[in-house]
Design a protein around this ligand. Sequence first.
Ligand code: TRP
Length: 365
Amino acid sequence: MEAKEKVILTGDRPTGRLHIGHYVGSLRRRVELQNSGLYDKIFIFEADAQALTDNIENPEKVRQNVIEVALDYLAAGLDPAKSTLFIQSQIPELCELSFYFMDLVSVSRLQRNPTVKTEIQMRGFGGESIPVGFFTYPISQAADITLFKATTVPVGEDQEPMLEQCREIVRRFNHIYGDTLVEPNILLPDNAACLRLPGTDGKAKMSKSLGNCIYLSDTADEVTKKVKGMYTDPTHLQVSDPGHLEGNTVFTYLDAFCQDAQVNAMFPEYETLQDMKDHYTRGGLGDMKCKKLLTSVLQDTLEPMRLRRAEFEKDIPAVYEILRKGCEKARETAVQTMDEVRRAMKINYFDDAALIAEQSARFTK
Ligand code: TRP
């Protein structure tokens, strides 16, 4: 049997600039996957249509962030020569496939999707006030994935229910219409600290509204200042006090970003990050010193991104052109999959010579 193509697909809602949580949670891995050479095709897209499902009255926000996220992608090292970067709304085949998928999913199944369920609870009224577009976005997300025959979807754990629902749709489709679509696998981040990076204030999640994010596009000064103000261990009042690592944001970030060699280069008295942690828990190691290391480690990661971003910012029309070309390329695959879908669903009337011959024989008998 012919080996199946290995296809990566993933995306982000363009509702804000990307921060270091996005970087350790997904972006860093995508760049590694891209450069591994192990995949036949890589699709990375901006889910602007999905972003609009809960920013209905805020189209300008989505529009502004499409270019911000594109710059973040390019700055992080996604390479348009290796990865197809595109924008969801520019692929009309996604609407077409979603429309057919709607026949394969029940209202009660959507109501059981944890993401949709939370939203319904938040809005009250038993969910009647939820926009249909939001309600059905797990279906359109299944179209995002299957239209490109993705085999591997690198996303955070919060997307697990979406992937499960997608696999169900694929199984149902293939069962009814014959083997056409591909069941995707989720690829979760591999480092526990990366699953969800807390905000600089120690709150569970980085979010723009809480003002606790470090953005990929922050200047060196902004990063230094944010690290200085970071949440550590509130019981660690004096340097000599024993410190706690649990819930200590500085150490969570160090786990996500820092290599032992970087610890040793700055503080030769430690071989590894673990040595430094041991010192901290014993007492005698101040927060300032830990923050100094973290600042340096973050700058090492972010500085090359700043430089790349600055280059791309000089020619914004060229960035739009990268996206436009990406959309064109993505559509080549989209059109092909839709041909197969229409054939499987028996709605390919005009390119089926056998059908026309058969019908004409029936009527001219
Ligand atoms: N729902 C994803 C998020 O909020 C974005 C997304 C849309 C996506 N379609 C996708 C991710 C398809 C992976 C595959 O981050």
